[in-house]
Structure formats: structure tokens, C-alpha cells
Design a protein around this ligand. Structure first.
Ligand code: NAG
Ligand code: NAG
Ligand code: NAG
Ligand code: NAG
Ligand code: NAG
Ligand code: NAG
Length: 362
């Protein structure tokens, strides 16, 4: 770690203090009308359950062990994921359902899409081909945006153009993508990192702009976490974080940050919150005892090389683990991160707005 001790102490203070400011925004009646969610397994709430050939699904125990009725829902964690927790702190009782569950539903589609939809698909990436070989069938971010375009036309049909535009302009768009593109690139570095990163950011820029063109105005972008420290990657390096992978996550943050700055100077109505999940995770890893964790290297369920499955390894104290399975955080870790992104004033962790502020921008 190159960061100074002082910064690190400051950040951990922020993480701890944030615990005390957890009032939802509901009472202030500043809840955004709808939330639309895009990305990968960090925010998937069951999309992949609807994909017949998909090879990455969280549809069986022990996934969901801490969800209502210990039900596996397709979330890649023991309970709720970071999208659920952000939405809950914004005052929603329910997290927006997967698009693929809504289109298979006989009724309620039209009212549901006015409250929010989740398009995220575990294993997918910013690039169309990411996850296609390993997981056979996933919904890439580009495809998710196409699905949203359909939803937009449905919303316009219900509300008319002016009301639809107003709804979308006040809604929050959560996007959490890039980890799987970086994982795949790391396995097989066929081009120089700078070239890979340029292409990745170019694709992401186009996608964010597409959402803007469809009417999105408030973007809550979650950058890539410290993915060089997930159990699966640590296992390749004697249990230590892999710096090369973490460096890609850091570079991704820096580049996304300048893209978003560019958009807000280019478009008068573009507002955003960029969450630095790399820093949030690293702060926890460096100060895990203060934050109440006992284990940050190995996952609670399965192990570094074994997927989480019924009858396999399962820890007792899930609140003391940073990782639920070889790739994904526990619910408690996601909750800490969600609170930081919503309420923190530390610009190193979230900027230029935290999400609670983004929600109330007129
Ligand atoms: C994904 O793989 C399938 C089967 O190999 C192929 O037909 C399809 O074009 C691929 N899609 C992308 C986006 O690469
Ligand atoms: C939503 O819009 C698409 C494309 O315009 C249309 O095919 C579909 O039938 C619409 N769905 C509903 C439920 O209105
Ligand atoms: C690495 O990338 C090259 C070029 O895209 C491809 O031909 C090769 O199959 C890939 N290897 C692995 C292990 O994915
Ligand atoms: C919202 O975005 C516009 C530019 O798109 C900017 O002028 C304004 O200051 C932003 N508001 C906040 C609260 O960040
Ligand atoms: C996982 O695999 C790596 C390398 O294949 C090995 O060094 C490590 O001991 C394994 N870890 C576990 C927990 O099985
Ligand atoms: C969110 O960010 C704003 C602006 O930085 C700050 O004033 C506020 O205290 C932060 N927390 C909440 C809960 O709004």
C-alpha cells in the first residue's frame, strides 16, 4: 500500500462514522421516482435465473441464506447486494425486479417499470464478448441498454413523452460494470494494458452516452473494487493480492472519472456520483479489525478454488467475513460500501456527489 497512514485512518473514520447516519431519505420525501440498474453480478438480482444456458447462477443454497426465508434469488451473496442496499437507503421497500422477470409476467409490467428495473447480469461486461465463452449466456451491458430502450418506449407509451422524460430525468441510474472485462483480460493479456483500457473506456463512454440519449440524467457509477484481492485471484499468488489486477481497477477509476467530468461539462443536465469501490474495499482490507471483520482473505462459502454450493464449506459468522464466495462480498460488506456511497463526504471515496445528494438534485 502506497497510501499514507493518515489518509487511511481518516478513511476508516469515515467508514465508521457513516454507520451513524443511516436515516433513509424516505421521511424527507426526497425519494427518486425510479431506479434503473445495470451491470454485473455485483448488482444482479436474478437476471441469470432466466437464461437457460447461463453457467453462472446464484439460484441454489447457500446463496440467499440470509435473504427472507433463506431463499436463493439469483443474488451472488448471502443476502442483499449493494444495489438492493442503496435502493433501500433511498427509501424503497423493494429492490427493482429483473427485466427478464417482468417481461415474463402477465400483468403489472407497466406499473413496475415506472418504479425501476434491474437489467444487471452476473458474468457480463462492458464488452459484448465478456463472459460469452466462460459462462455461455449472459446479458452484456450493451444488450442491457437495448432492453432499457424498450422499457423507455413502454414508459413513453404509458405517460406520454413529456412525463416520461421528466420521470427519467429524476430517476437514478446505477451502473456497476468492468470487473469481468478486467478479469478476462488478466487471464490472457493479449494486448498492452493501456490499449485494453482505452478500448474498454471507449466502449463504456459510448454506453453511458446512450443512456443519456435515452433520457438518463442522474448517474450513480460504481467503479471496480479491489478485485486483485478477491479470494479467487489471491489463490494465484500465495494468498496475496495481485497488484497487476488492482492496478487495472485503479486505472479504470481514474479514466471513468475523467469521462464523467467530460460529460458534465458537455451536457448541462448530466449529474453523477462516482463511487470509488477500490478505495472503499482497500480501506476495509487495511483496517478490517476496526471495522469488525475477522476474515478478509478466504470466503465464507466454498473456498478460493471451489464455488459456493450446498453441503460445501460454510462459515458461521457471516458478518465477520468480507467475502461471501470466491468473487463476491458478503451482505455486511456491501452494506458498509452502500452507506459510504450514499452518505460519505470523503471525496476520495465518492464524488462529486454522494448518492443521497445526487437523489435530491432538482
Ligand atoms: C457468443 O458466443 C456464441 C456462440 O459461440 C456466438 O454465436 C456469439 O456471436 C457470441 N456473442 C458475442 C457477443 O461474442
Ligand atoms: C414495450 O415496447 C416494445 C417495443 O416498443 C413492445 O414490443 C412491447 O410490446 C412493449 N411491451 C408492453 C408490455 O407494452
Ligand atoms: C487469448 O486471446 C487470444 C486472442 O484473442 C485467443 O486466441 C486465445 O484463445 C485466448 N486464450 C485464452 C486462454 O482465453
Ligand atoms: C449538475 O450538473 C450540471 C452540469 O451538467 C452542473 O452545472 C451542476 O453543478 C450539477 N449539480 C450538482 C449539484 O452537482
Ligand atoms: C487454490 O489453488 C491454488 C493454485 O492452483 C493453490 O495454490 C491453493 O492452495 C488452492 N487453495 C485452496 C484453498 O484450495
Ligand atoms: C453528502 O454529500 C454532501 C456534499 O458533499 C454533504 O454535504 C453531505 O453531508 C453528505 N451526506 C449526506 C447524508 O448528504
Amino acid at each position: 500500500m502506497k497510501r499514507g497512514l493518515c489518509t487511511s485512518v481518516l478513511l476508516v473514520l469515515t467508514l465508521v462514522l457513516v454507520e451513524y447516519t443511516v436515516e433513509g431519505l424516505a421521511e424527507e420525501n426526497q425519494q427518486p421516482p425510479a431506479v434503473y440498474i445495470f451491470g454485473d453480478s455485483t448488482v444482479d438480482v436474478g437476471t441469470n435465473n432466466h437464461l437457460k444456458d447461463c453457467r453462472t447462477k446464484a439460484d441454489s443454497p447457500y446463496y440467499g441464506i440470509d435473504f427472507d426465508f433463506s431463499r436463493p434469488t439469483g443474488r451472488f451473496t448471502n443476502g442483499h447486494n449493494i444495489a438492493d442496499l442503496i435502493v433501500r437507503h433511498l427509501g424503497y421497500k423493494r429492490s427493482p425486479p429483473p427485466f427478464l422477470s417482468l417481461i415474463n409476467r402477465m400483468s403489472g409490467f407497466q406499473s413496475a417499470i415506472l418504479r425501476g428495473v434491474n437489467f444487471a447480469s452476473g458474468g457480463s461486461g462492458i464488452f459484448d464478448q465478456t463472459g460469452n465463452v466462460t459462462y455461455i449466456q449472459v446479458v452484456a451491458l450493451g444488450k442491457q441498454i437495448q432492453q432499457f430502450a424498450t422499457v423507455c418506449s413502454n414508459i413513453t407509451k404509458v405517460l406520454g413523452k413529456a412525463k416520461a422524460d421528466e420521470l427519467l430525468s429524476k430517476s437514478i441510474f446505477i451502473i456497476s460494470a468492468g470487473s469481468n472485462d478486467i478479469f478476462e483480460y488478466s487471464e490472457n493479456r493479449t494486448v498492452l494494458p493501456a490499449i485494453f483500457m482505452d478500448k474498454l473506456i471507449e466502449a463504456y463512454t459510448t454506453q453511458i452516452e446512450e443512456l443519456y440519449n435515452l433520457g438518463a440524467r442522474k448517474f450513480a457509477v460504481l467503479s471496480v473494487g479491489a478485485i486483485g484481492c478477491v479470494p479467487k485471484i489471491r489463490a494465484l499468488n500465495h494468498g496475496n493480492c495481485v497488484d497487476q489486477v488492482n492496478q487495472l481497477a485503479q486505472a479504470f477509476y481514474t479514466l471513468v472519472s475523467s469521462v464523467l467530468q467530460q460529460f458534465s461539462s458537455q451536457y448541462t443536465e448530466f449529474n453523477y456520483s462516482l463511487g470509488n469501490l477500490y478505495e472503499v474495499t482497500m480501506t476495509t482490507i487495511l483496517n478490517y479489525l476496526v471495522e469488525g471483520y475477522k476474515e478478509i482473505r478466504t470466503p465464507c462459502c466454498g473456498d478460493a478454488n471451489t464455488t459456493c454450493h450446498f453441503g460445501g464449506n460454510l462459515c458461521n459468522n457471516r458478518n465477520q467475513y468480507l467475502f461471501w464466495d470466491m468473487f463476491h462480498p458478503t451482505q455486511v460488506a456491501s452494506d458498509t460500501a452502500a452507506r459510504v456511497l450514499l452518505f460519505s463526504e470523503a471525496t476520495e471515496l465518492v464524488n462529486p456527489n454522494n448518492i443521497s445528494r445526487l437523489a435530491v438534485i432538482p
